[in-house]
Design a protein around this ligand. Structure first.
Ligand SMILES: [Zn+2]
Length: 127
């Protein structure tokens, strides 16, 4: 048996009784694969997600406003580290920043305007 670890949880794999499959030794994990289909040490799905560069906007890491770039990078980093639950919460934080940042920027612009239009007043509910 090759030195294998479970791609889902990182625990050791053991051969099934029939000797045709690998089964994760972690009782909380259900990973099971035919020996013929297993290519040795596989990367967790979260890492494979990071490896596919077509899914990521590299430009965002370096050129987007820092508050957005940071949250986006942290999402990438958590997936790279194989932490899907942390990544889920990080995704929430990223979406929150993506929504709040533009709204606050527009509100700030309106508030800085000495003579806001009626529409701008209506948007901020000021008179
Ligand atoms: Zn496992």
């Amino acid at each position: 048996m090759p030195d294998t670890v479970c791609p889902r949880c990182g625990c050791a794999l053991e051969e099934s009784k029939s000797g045709t499959k690998y089964i994760c030794t972690n009782d909380d994990c259900t990973f099971l694969v035919k020996k013929a289909d297993f290519q040795g040490e596989e990367k967790p799905w979260t890492v494979r997600l990071c490896d596919d560069q077509s899914l990521w906007c590299q430009e965002a890491f370096e050129t987007y406003p820092s508050i957005i770039a940071h949250e986006y990078w942290r999402l990438y980093e958590l997936l790279q580290q194989g932490q899907p639950y942390g990544a889920l919460f990080q995704l929430k934080d990223l979406l929150e920043v993506l929504l709040k940042f533009p709204v606050l920027a527009v509100a700030s612009g309106i508030l800085a305007n000495k003579y806001p239009s009626d529409l701008e007043k209506k948007i901020l509910s000021i008179s």
